[in-house]
Design a protein around this ligand. Structure first.
Ligand SMILES: Cc1cc2nc3c(=O)[nH]c(=O)nc-3n(C[C@H](O)[C@H](O)[C@H](O)COP(=O)(O)OP(=O)(O)OC[C@H]3O[C@@H](n4cnc5c(N)ncnc54)[C@H](O)[C@@H]3O)c2cc1C
Length: 370
């Protein structure tokens, strides 16, 4: 019997399902995809877009086009809450979508509790679209005056954003900005010493300052205040503080993990509501908490696709295997990268060439299904 599948968010874990949407429709099912934009931006290439290395068009998936081309419905909007007992998704617009099976890939957000007043010159690294606005504003500022940019965060997103901001303002603008990273106590703390050293060297050799002087307490208009009470004047702030799963599950009273992510079992399925599935940064994988990296979202694709079809058609579900170690490559913004996988570290041009190749291949595969 025909059923209604609703995909909430066209993120990285839904790519294979989106590419195969026609198969659901050929079997008589109705598919609706809900998203706040006709496009989904690939975070792995976001810092490269900030520097101008990639255009926004090169790093986005044409979600609406892909859905409609295959006979699905695309609803522009944002899920606000889920009434799982009624199998209904309430949208911010007030509309409701009902489903037989729903899958969530709504990602994560940068918490901004430290921000006192939201001014126009404070930008978070997620959603990736915000980096386009940051780019425009930085270019305006550096054409007018000597500017200080404060990047708050001590992980790879902060490193990549700093390096790529350097590239943007090397290639454009009248004045070179001062770039300061407020990294908490230790920059790139969750990586081995050899990776930290390479990242620190790459940035500081370009006069990017890394301040490992403790945590930021609050951020207000043009000022960063440390927990120690010390204050720094800045012109623009980028928040790269780490991320939290999409808040809709907690707000809906759905079972979640300790981080607030949708609790899912080994079938990427809510243990309490078997018709709800999820993937990517917004889930909490019950068997083993997963790092919030795109790599897991990508690995979840075939399982999610198979299990959504299986669930609609009453077939057996397959467990997700998160696999072993994963490869990370950071785009440092000067044409070099830092590649890291367990024991292996490689930095320099080759590391960036490998990243660029992997990212472009991924985009080419899913960007716009003909
Ligand atoms: C600057 C930066 C660089 C990164 N680089 C890498 C990297 O090189 N490699 C790596 O593995 N990881 C990287 N990451 C981590 C990576 O971003 C995440 O792990 C990845 O984006 C997770 O994918 P996702 O599809 O779950 O979420 P997202 O990419 O956040 O996608 C979620 C989608 O859901 C939509 N959505 C959100 N809320 C709603 C709602 N309420 N209703 C409907 N739709 C909604 C959004 O519009 C978006 O399209 C990086 C992160 C950042 C910030």
């Amino acid at each position: 019997m025909a059923k209604h599948l609703v995909l909430v968010g066209g993120g990285h874990a839904h790519m294979v399902t989106l590419a195969n949407l026609r198969k659901f429709i050929e079997r008589g099912h109705k598919v609706t995809v809900l998203g706040p934009s006709p496009y989904h931006y690939y975070s792995g290439m976001g810092p490269g877009m900030l520097s101008g290395l990639y255009t926004p068009e090169e790093i986005r998936f044409a979600t609406r086009h892909v859905v409609e081309r295959q006979g699905g419905d695309f609803t522009l909007g944002r899920a606000a809450r889920v009434d799982a007992d009624d199998r209904a998704i309430r949208l911010e617009s007030g509309e409701t979508l009902t489903y037989d099976v729903a899958s969530f890939n709504t990602g994560s957000y940068v918490p901004h509790a430290i921000v006192k007043d939201l001014t126009e010159d404070i930008f978070a690294v997620k959603p990736i679209e915000r980096l386009m606005e940051a780019q425009k504003r930085i270019l305006e500022l550096v054409s007018l005056k000597k500017t200080t940019v404060g990047i708050i965060g001590g992980g790879p997103a902060a490193a990549e954003v700093a390096g790529n901001l350097w590239r943007l303002t090397r290639d454009h603008g009248r004045y070179r900005p001062r770039i300061q990273i407020f990294s908490g106590e230790k920059f790139m703390a969750r990586f081995p010493g050899r990776v930290r050293k390479k990242a620190i060297h790459s940035l500081t050799s370009r006069q990017i300052e890394i301040l490992e002087q403790g945590f930021v307490k609050k951020v207000s208009s043009r000022e960063i205040v440390m927990q120690s009470g010390r204050r720094y004047d800045v012109d623009l702030i980028i928040l790269a503080l780490g991320i939290k799963p999409s808040p809709i599950f907690e707000e809906s009273g759905l079972p979640t993990g300790p981080d607030g992510g949708l609790l899912v079992n080994r079938y990427l399925q809510s243990p309490h509501y078997p018709e709800i599935f999820g993937g990517g940064d917004c889930i909490y994988f019950q068997d083993k908490p997963l790092d919030k990296v795109g790599v897991y979202a990508v690995r979840e694709n075939p399982t999610l696709y198979g299990n959504l079809m299986g669930s609609l058609e009453g077939k057996d579900l397959q467990p997700f295997d998160p696999g072993g170690d994963y490869l990370l490559i950071f785009n440092m913004g000067d044409g070099t990268g830092i590649l890291y996988r367990k024991w292996l570290t490689l930095d320099g041009r080759l590391a960036f060439i490998i990243k660029d190749y992997i990212d472009r291949r991924f985009m080419g595969k899913f960007q716009a299904i003909k």
